[in-house]
Write a protein that binds this ligand. Structure first.
Ligand code: PXP
Length: 249
């Protein structure tokens, strides 16, 4: 057995809602997916209530807050509207992400260094309400140091550039990104931040990241929901859990 703390798996269910919303109506139901994810070994459920409500809806967040037995990680932009919703539900964790209407997914990390004052004021009431505040950022020293200064308890490192480089066969870039993520995970940990990671992770890319000893949580969504089409949601998640544990052993 390894003496490293177990790496938690947060399953992001946004894209169950994407499929539902493609037709309107009630299915597939993200709440049902969340319960199956719990049974399959998810340590938490992640959902991003976007400003344009393109996938997760307000009613989904209400439902998740009621039915989950594992912690809810509520992803949101740093807007007054989202802050009010978070303060109403007081989820276990709030992850602040950048959001642009025209993007297909969360493309980069949050610009914390340039917005320190505003973000410090923005997260203070969330912390006071008892939410663990996480900031989704690039693996970049100034951003990590700024996240620390504003009082975030957690940083989530954006793994998108690493995963894209792998998918496109740019293996030198991939390895450089991996190295950057490794160094920045260590920096976050040294500063006393809890370090998470996520975005774009697949069975092929998860293990080198999961092996970082400083990491406490991975948040994975799109690939798992896609894989569920072929093998079912429970086996898709169980396989990710197995690979994470193997990398950690
Ligand atoms: N972590 C954060 C902060 C995200 O915004 C997302 C995407 O919504 C994820 C993790 C999961 O990314 P993916 O769906 O690509 O696995």
């Amino acid at each position: 057995m390894s003496d490293q703390p177990q790496l938690r798996l947060g399953v992001n269910i946004d894209h169950v809602a994407t499929v539902r919303n493609a037709r309107g109506g009630a299915y597939p139901d993200p709440l049902r997916a969340a319960k199956i994810a719990e049974e399959a070994g998810a340590d938490g459920i992640t959902a991003h209530l976007r400003e344009d409500r393109r996938h997760i809806s307000d009613a989904d967040i209400e439902g998740l807050a009621e039915v989950l037995s594992v912690p809810l990680n509520f992803e949101m932009a740093a807007t007054d509207e989202m802050q009010a919703i978070a303060l109403r539900h007081k989820p276990h964790a709030v992850c602040i992400v950048p959001e642009k209407r025209e993007e297909r997914t969360t493309e980069g990390g949050l610009e914390v260094a340039r917005e320190e004052n505003r973000l410090a004021h923005f997260i203070a009431p969330l912390r006071e309400a008892g939410c663990r505040v996480s900031i989704f950022i690039a693996a970049d020293r100034p951003q990590i140091e700024a996240a620390h200064r504003i009082g975030a308890q957690v940083i989530e490192l954006h793994t998108g550039a690493y995963c894209d480089a792998h998918a496109e066969g740019r293996f030198d870039d991939r390895d450089a990104e991996l190295e950057r993520l490794r160094e920045m995970a260590a920096l976050g940990h040294e500063l006393g931040l809890e370090v998470h990671a996520g975005h774009g992770l697949t069975y092929d890319t998860v293990k080198p990241i999961a092996a970082f000893p400083e990491l406490r949580e991975l948040n994975i969504g799109h690939f798992l929901i896609g894989e569920a089409i072929f093998r079912g949601l429970q086996p898709a998640i169980a396989e990710m859990r197995r690979l994470m544990d193997e990398a950690r052993a």
